[in-house]
Design a protein around this ligand. Structure first.
Ligand code: ADP
Ligand code: TRP
Length: 319
């Protein structure tokens, strides 16, 4: 099985990114053939400051390595290092019906949020399909927000196979873990870099503390029993705990006597415990080590992509 994950370097990586994308990928390291792509071409749809984009790319590479991505077991690479992504994207776009893209919700949501309605933003799902199909990917672990993009990818792959030759492209499956499908942000919406509601993984402790203390709660008093499933603090906390710890915490909510201030302090403690070794690892990574890993990742990724590109070109009549 081949697994591919991707993330845009469009801001500081946060708890939702870790639980929805980075950790599920890392958990599969060793069992499967594993690729993690830093989707810097996709980030061009929203980040228009060159220095900022470049800083985000390298920061994200460090974040993923610090979280435990082992470059000896998987391939970490920059999307823009492999020109085949844009090449395949063009070929796919020529059989992608406009209607399929017009139904994509993420374009509409992003434009509503104020992103410029560029052609790149509209065709974003086609480039994402190319990312996935280029590596004959079997499984794409993502958060729930990406489900439609993977469905579009499957549609496009099937169209190419039907139009040209069966077996030209592997039709991938999405993998969404139920417990971390949508991690809420501090305001209760989906946690997202673009909503300013994140708990950043590697910020200073004071920034993390401020974000956690600012999580929206209702006005129940300390004594009142609380429903953990309705509490954002609990929803962020639970995925970081073992089953037994989750149950104990839920019981404390239900019994009453646990105030939101205490609940937030407990979350802060778990958060700092969970990420402390990763934070140390991140500090120890040198720029030159990271560059070496990414350079070698590009060489490995390219050698896989090349074979698919050759097959696709033959199938469509370009060879
Ligand atoms: P953002 O919305 O912060 O810009 P991205 O779109 O870059 O995040 O997402 C990168 C990966 O992290 C994707 O696989 C996405 O599904 C996952 N992800 C992002 N936010 C969340 C969340 N709140 N809960 C679960 N997974 C998430
Ligand atoms: N669109 C994804 C996101 O915003 C990032 C991404 C780009 C991706 N290419 C991918 C995710 C390929 C998985 C596979 O999160």
């Amino acid at each position: 099985m081949r697994v591919l994950s991707g993330m845009q370097p469009s801001g500081d990586a946060h708890l939702g990114n870790y639980l929805g994308s980075i950790k599920p990928n890392i958990d599969l390291l060793g069992e499967d053939e594993n690729l993690y792509m830093i989707a810097d071409l996709h980030a061009l749809t929203s980040v228009h400051d060159a220095d900022e984009l470049n800083r985000f790319r390298w920061d994200l590479a460090k974040d993923i390595l610090a979280c435990g991505f082992d470059p000896n077991k998987g391939i970490l690479f920059f999307q823009s290092d492999i020109p085949y992504h844009t090449e395949l994207s063009w070929i796919l776009s020529c059989i992608t019906p406009m209607g399929l893209l017009e139904r994509a919700v993420s374009y509409k949501e992003k434009v509503e949020k104020g992103l410029s309605a560029s052609a790149g933003l509209f065709t974003y799902p086609v480039l994402q399909a190319a990312d996935i199909l280029l590596y004959d990917t079997d499984i794409v672990p993502v958060g729930k927000d990406q489900k439609q993009h993977i469905e579009i990818t499957r549609d496009i792959a099937q169209k190419i196979n039907n139009q040209y030759a069966e077996g030209t492209l592997v039709v991938p499956d999405v993998r969404i873990r139920k417990d971390v499908a949508v991690i809420p942000g501090t305001d209760g919406q989906k946690m997202s870099k673009s909503y300013g509601n994140t708990i950043p993984l590697f910020a200073d402790e004071s920034v993390i503390k401020k974000a956690i203390m600012g999580i929206t709660t209702d006005s129940k008093s300390v004594e009142e029993p609380k429903n953990p499933e309705e509490c954002i603090v609990y929803q962020m906390h639970a995925p970081l705990l073992s089953d037994k710890e989750q149950k104990d915490l839920a019981d404390q909510y239900k019994a009453g006597g646990l105030g939101y201030g205490d609940a937030k302090n407990k979350l802060l403690e778990t958060f700092m415990d969970t990420f402390s070794s990763m934070r140390k690892k991140r500090d120890s990574l040198s720029d030159s080590d990271v560059k070496e890993i990414l350079d070698s990742g590009s060489v490995s990724a390219s050698s896989i992509a090349e074979v698919t590109m050759d097959r696709v070109k033959k199938a469509v009549g370009l060879r």
